[in-house]
Design a binder for this molecule. Structure first.
Ligand code: PRP
Ligand code: URA
Length: 207
C-alpha cells in the first residue's frame, strides 16, 4: 500500500523545500518537520495499552504506545535528516543505520554500512529516506532488514517518483509506503522531476 499525503500544510512545506533558494538551515528544518508529520500518519495504527493516570484532580484511564516495539532506520546520508523529526514523536525508539549510496553511472545502490539494534527482529521498523527515485536504495535496505529477521516495515519518504513506488511494491508488497509528494518522472540521470535536487547535498550543504 502507498499513502500519498494530501494535507495542505504538507504541500505548503514541500513548496518551500523544493525552492532552490531555500537555505540549508531551513531545508533541514523542513525535512525534519515533514518527517514528523509522515511518522504521525504511519503510527496511526500503533497498538496501545490502557494505563492509569492520576491528574491533580482525579484518577483516570489513558492509552500508552509501547515505544519498545519500534526502531527508526535512516538510509545514510539523507535519511539522517529525518531522524530528529520522528524522534520528537517517539523519543524512546531505537535507531539503526544503513549506509547506501547510488553509483552515479549505474544508479545501483552500493552498501557501505549497516548497524542495527540487536533486537531489531522484534521491532517494527520505520525506514527513512527523503527520496525514492528508482527505488534501488529503498528496496536494498528493506532486503537487508528482512535478512535480519524484521517482519514489519514502513517506508517514509518525502518525494517519490512513480518508478520508485512501483519497484518497492513489486519487490516488497508487504511494505507500506508513506509519501509526502508523488512527483512526475525521473530524468535521464535518475533525478526526480521536479523534485528538489540532491537531498543529501541540500541537507548538509555539500554542493
Ligand atoms: C539518495 C537518496 C536515496 C537515493 C534514492 O541518496 O537519499 O537514498 O538517492 O535513489 P534511488 O531510489 O534511485 O536508489 P544518495 O545515493 O544520493 O546518497 P546520499 O544520501 O549519501 O547523498
Ligand atoms: N536522490 C536525490 O537526492 N534526489 C533525487 O532526485 C534522486 C535521488
Amino acid at each position: 500500500m502507498e499513502k500519498i499525503m494530501n494535507h495542505p500544510m504538507i504541500k505548503h512545506k514541500i513548496s518551500i523545500l523544493r525552492n532552490e533558494k531555500t537555505s540549508t538551515k531551513e531545508f533541514r528544518e523542513l525535512v525534519s518537520e515533514i518527517a514528523m508529520l509522515l511518522c504521525y500518519e504511519a503510527l496511526s495504527d500503533a497498538k496501545t495499552k490502557k494505563v492509569k493516570v492520576k491528574t491533580p484532580i482525579a484518577e483516570t484511564e489513558g492509552l500508552q504506545v509501547d515505544e519498545n516495539n519500534y526502531a527508526f532506520v535512516p538510509i545514510l546520508r539523507a535519511g539522517m535528516g529525518m531522524v530528529d523529526g520522528v524522534l520528537t514523536l517517539m523519543p524512546n525508539a531505537k535507531i539503526g543505520h544503513i549506509g547506501l549510496y547510488r553509483n552515479e553511472e549505474t544508479l545501483e545502490p552500493v552498501k557501505y554500512y549497516c548497524k542495527l539494534p540487536s533486537d531489531i527482529k522484534n521491532r517494527e521498523v520505520i525506514l527513512l529516506d527523503p527520496m525514492l527515485a528508482t527505488g534501488g536504495s529503498g528496496s536494498a535496505a528493506i532486503t537487508m532488514l528482512k535478512k535480519d529477521g524484521v517482519k514489519k516495515i514502513k517506508f517514509l519518504c518525502i518525494i517519490a517518483a512513480p518508478d520508485g513506488i512501483k519497484k518497492i511494491k513489486e519487490d516488497h508488497p508487504d511494505v507500506d509506503i508513506y509519501c509526502a509528494q508523488l512527483d512526475d518522472h525521473l530524468n535521464d540521470v535518475g533525478y526526480i522531476v521536479p523534485g528538489l535536487g540532491d537531498a543529501g547535498d541540500r541537507i548538509y550543504g555539500t554542493k
